[in-house]
Design a binder for this molecule. Structure first.
Ligand code: C5P
Length: 418
């Protein structure tokens, strides 16, 4: 952590007193700390204590012309290697999740281009409130990292999750985040990802779709970009916002998805996480099918869609060195996934159980099994957020490629670097 710079934003909660010790320990580790104190934070700790411990002036006012001339809020937000929000109160998290910028702390959080680590601390009911849960889920999607909260006795006398992580844990998380700053094992690699459902039209207004939310695929795209890759995301219809630094191509049908995937090749890694419809309606009606009084319901005839995974897994000059499929199963999860891996000809398959509506499909978490060959035992990973699954899977893929496949083109690596 030597010579690294942390911008510490202190919110207004009783746990703010721990920030004093945090600053002391960071300084002992050679980290320079610049502090922004919110108005509420100043009710719990004084600027004088913070300035004394950090050895730097404490910032607290967005509208101080003198300070703005000295070090503007934009510079303040970018001078650091990492922004730490501790304590991250329910109010601060809500402002961050919604992009509010009504004081120096929130303005810097919106203006920063650096990773943000939030250390929540609040009463258990506030932490469990659906509004806070929504905000935390949004912040996870935005790439904010978290440490804590811990479960235990609270200052207000209640018991449960909401206690701010201990200083030693925060230091560990800061060290990890700082060491990951230049951790880009996929630099120069092109990663192609499919996500979401496909919509297969019946007529101009109706379609056949499925429950895929696209969250796992989008998490994969965001993680691959964070790990330095050049990412193409081919997405079926979802309500999700395309991750930044990712080239996103929107499609509707399986055939459009296949065409977009083929056009995006070559790639070093292809991860096909989309829930592609196996069948489409033969001869989509040109006009809306009418309900005839006393008439029979229409009969739909299906034809098979192209199998994108199988198509791009076929040996050939454009076959990516690593092709990964997903197998969403409702029974015999591992056995079915093993069969699928062989049938499709992909290298790895990630299997998950989607029998529960509102579980992995549409939810924030996933419990997966990774199958890398027909010989080795499947690896069952514990339940993780989709972002964690994505990060772990891509690191495994990066490790394999580092040993197996040279980077596609030096020019690409150079472009990614610059
Ligand atoms: O639907 P199925 O269980 O066969 O999906 C397994 C894998 O195959 C997934 O990775 C999915 O993206 C892919 N797939 C595909 N094209 C299809 C059907 C599935 O790429 N038509």
């Amino acid at each position: 952590m030597q010579n690294k710079r942390v911008l510490l934003i202190i919110g207004g909660g009783i746990a703010a007193y721990k920030a004093l010790d945090l600053i002391r320990k960071l300084k002992q580790n050679g980290v320079s700390v610049r502090v922004i104190l919110t108005r509420a934070g100043a009710k719990f700790v004084t600027p004088l204590s913070l300035a004394t411990l950090s050895g730097e002036p404490v910032e607290d006012n967005l509208f101080d012309a003198g300070k703005e001339a000295e070090i503007g809020h934009i510079r303040l937000s970018r001078d650091a290697d990492l922004v730490v929000v501790a304590p991250a109160t329910a109010d601060l998290l809500a402002k961050m999740a919604n992009g509010l910028a009504d004081d120096l702390a929130t303005t810097c959080l919106l203006a920063t281009d650096k990773p943000v680590l939030a250390v929540p601390a609040m009463n258990v009911r506030m932490w469990r409130h659906p509004a806070t849960e929504r905000n935390v889920a949004q912040l996870h999607r935005d790439g904010v990292r978290f440490v804590g909260p811990e479960t235990g006795e609270m200052a207000c006398g209640e018991y449960g999750p909401g206690r701010m992580a201990e200083v030693t844990e925060i230091i560990k998380a800061i060290a990890l985040n700082l060491s990951e700053l230049h951790d880009e094992p996929l630099l120069g690699r092109h990663v192609l990802i499919t996500a979401g459902p496909t919509y297969e039209p019946i007529d101009p207004v109706r379609f056949i779709g499925n429950r895929s939310s696209g969250k796992q695929g989008y998490a994969l795209a965001a993680a691959a970009a964070r790990l330095g890759a050049d990412v193409t995301l081919v997405s079926g219809p979802t309500g999700l916002k395309a991750p930044s630094n990712v080239k996103t191509i929107h499609v509707e049908t399986a055939r459009e998805m296949l065409a977009a995937v083929q056009a995006a090749l070559p790639a070093d890694i292809a991860i096909l996480a989309a829930a592609v419809a196996d069948w489409r309606v033969n001869g989509t009606a040109k006009q809306k099918i009418k309900k005839l009084r006393g008439g029979e319901p229409p009969l739909l005839e299906f034809v098979e869609n192209p199998d994108i995974l199988k198509t791009i897994s076929k040996p050939g000059p454009k076959r990516p060195p690593l092709v990964i499929g997903f197998a969403a199963e409702t029974e015999h999860v591992i056995a079915n996934a093993q069969k699928k891996r062989q049938a499709k000809g992909c290298d790895w398959i990630v299997a998950n159980d989607v029998s529960e509506v509102g579980g992995a499909m549409g939810g924030e978490k996933n419990t997966v099994h990774l199958i890398t060959s027909s010989k080795s035992k499947p690896e069952s990973w514990p339940e993780m957020t989709k972002a964690e699954v994505a990060d772990k899977l891509l690191r495994r893929a990066a490790d394999l490629l580092a040993r197996k496949a040279p980077i596609m083109t030096a020019a690409k690596a150079q472009k990614a670097k610059s």
